[in-house]
Design a protein. Structure first.
Length: 260
């Protein structure tokens, strides 16, 4: 008995498993091309994928807020850290308002605890910038006390991913502008006490940083205006830092509420 290959039509014995001409395997061919009166086998069922339960630790950020270093979409921390941050923010608010509402001439900033913190960085700035000449060295004191909080802000924001800590450092950065303002304002008067017990009016020329800086540039008569400008810049930066911190606290509070 013989049969025809269903593909090429070649005559061959019925017990052949493979076509002698085209080489097809009959069993595989009929699996996908059934004979008349036969039905094609049903395809195997698709594998069932079980839905994973949402994980709190890997929750997707809120799509309403774009994720960034400054304004993270998903805050971190628990209720304890929120309480500590809120307490610190309240202290900075009250302290900042006390300093910002005081006049440059009042000396409130110079009597603040932070003035003693800023002073070592001011003096280190003179040493750091000494190789660049006397004028830059004199400016280096002011640069030194501004660089330290700026560096802290950058490290906390980029390295440790702590935006609230960065906001606190930004507040400190703004406070340093308030701390510098009385020194600028004293350039002509020279009545503020300087390091070592000297006063600007009795010390050699060049000992009082801002008397020297403004005197060498011909801007000595602008000392009061520049002092007020430094105060305004400081106030704006401090307000920005407080607003940033308040936004972070509000986001953390809302996020923790949703988790509960």
């Amino acid at each position: 008995m013989s049969m025809q290959c269903p593909k090429c039509g070649a005559e061959q014995p019925t017990d052949n498993l493979i076509c002698a001409r085209c080489g097809i395997v009959f069993a595989k061919y009929y699996k996908y091309h059934p004979r008349r009166g036969e039905e094609a086998p049903a395809p195997p069922p698709a594998p069932v994928q079980r839905a994973r339960a949402p994980s709190v630790h890997h929750q997707a950020p809120d799509p309403e807020w774009p994720d960034s270093l400054i304004l993270p979409a998903r805050p971190s921390g628990d209720w304890l850290s929120l309480g500590a941050h809120a307490t610190l923010w309240a202290v900075l608010l009250v302290w900042g308002l006390t300093l910002m509402l005081a006049s440059v001439e009042s000396g409130a900033v110079g009597g603040s605890f932070l003035h003693l913190v800023n002073l070592p960085f001011h003096e280190f700035g003179h040493i750091l910038f000494r190789p660049f000449g006397h004028w830059i060295m004199s400016l280096g004191g002011t640069l030194g006390q501004l660089l330290m909080p700026a560096i802290c802000c950058g490290v906390l924001l980029i390295q440790t991913r702590d935006p609230f800590g960065a906001a606190v450092s930004l507040w400190w950065f703004g406070e340093n502008f308030l701390d510098i303002a009385p020194y600028i304002n004293d350039a002509r008067a020279g009545v503020l006490p300087l390091v070592g017990g000297n006063f600007g009016e009795s010390s050699p020329y060049g000992f009082h940083d801002w008397e020297y800086l403004l005197g060498e540039t011909g801007l000595l008569d602008l000392d009061h205006r520049l002092a007020q400008s430094s105060r305004v810049v400081g106030c704006l930066v401090m307000v920005l830092a407080l607003a940033w911190g308040a936004w972070l606290l509000a986001r953390q509070f809302g996020y923790l509420n949703r988790q509960d």
